[in-house]
Write a protein that binds this ligand. Sequence first.
Ligand code: PLP
Length: 383
Amino acid sequence: MLRDGSRQSWLIVSCSELLQTLVPMCLEQPVPDEKHINELLLEIAKRPRAALAQLPTPIHRLHNFEGQLDGQELWIKRDDLTGLEGGGNKTRKLEFLVGDAIETGADMLVTAGAIQSNHTRQTAAAAAKCAMQCALLHFRWTEDAGPVYRQVGNILLSGIMGAEMFLDETDRPIEDQSPLVDFYEYLRSCGHLPYLIPAGASEHRLGSLGYMACAAEIVKQSKALDLHFDYVVHCTGSSSTQAGLVAGFAAMGEITRVIGVSDDDETSIKRDRVIRLANDALAEIGMSVRVLPTDIEIITADKSPYGAAESETFDAIRLLARTEGLIADPVYEGKAIRGLLALANDGRFENGCRILLMHLGGTPAVHAYANQFGSLKLSQFPI
Ligand SMILES: Cc1ncc(COP(=O)(O)O)c(C=O)c1O
């Protein structure tokens, strides 16, 4: 089969290949050449970067769970294994923000999040690894999920890793992190040299670079595996994961479609934010290509607010756990799995196409939601 030079059209040259006309075009997409991948990585490499992550993270096929879809091939990228305690997507983002913090002479990382925030826990881990102090401001962005919500999971790990932890008990909508600047000023007035990291590490000029680099990592891995991913599906919250992936693929001329699954019942603020962050990131590294509104796709699968989940999401978590031995949390990854199933069910994916599901971490939070999984069956023995 010869490519005729354009991005999507192909010339059929043999009988056996004629058979492939029966499978959709999505199976036969070209991947960027090394030059485009390296150009992107060289631009990103001009920024200071703290070595925090274990990269590349593995990609493997989900042979069992795949049967739940509608004739698609399903792979997973294990960004739950990025390194630092508990792993997750913030490790990639923090490599750039912490690199900048160290270069500017900061001695403390300062950030905010929900009580069971993965981001605050990963910031505590990054600070520990870089011999910096860490101050975390927790917000009541969601109701406590159960009796041990404030004692286990992410917040427990942050405490063990030495972060100084604060709690603002005011009920706030999820996007509201307005006290963070006062918190930063307070820490400065105490004599620290703090570096301010917004919640989710997204609203920052370097926040999307980690997932731009991840886009290049995905393309390199897919080249090595001699395959092409037609779709990347993942959970979207503060939005720099999706922004970075979309911007990275655009910078390389890669046509993989990224679909975000919202971590709450909202998509339009996130859509605007993904476009803005993606284009800011491209401008930051001096690339002239820009993403368009049509490049951004975000769906809602679970209509619960942030931090809560419907029983169907817990069912999706159990399904992944019992078919693949992998755990997803109810705040983020469970919603992504549910979204993936809903998309397949709605016929969004072509038959035979290849999907890469991003596991972005979050497993420690499962413990804080223990009571919502129902009681464990522990049979007496001897009977
Ligand atoms: C486990 C997990 N998945 C997905 C996300 C969403 O990523 P982003 O905030 O970059 O949209 C987060 C962010 O907090 C997360 O912790």
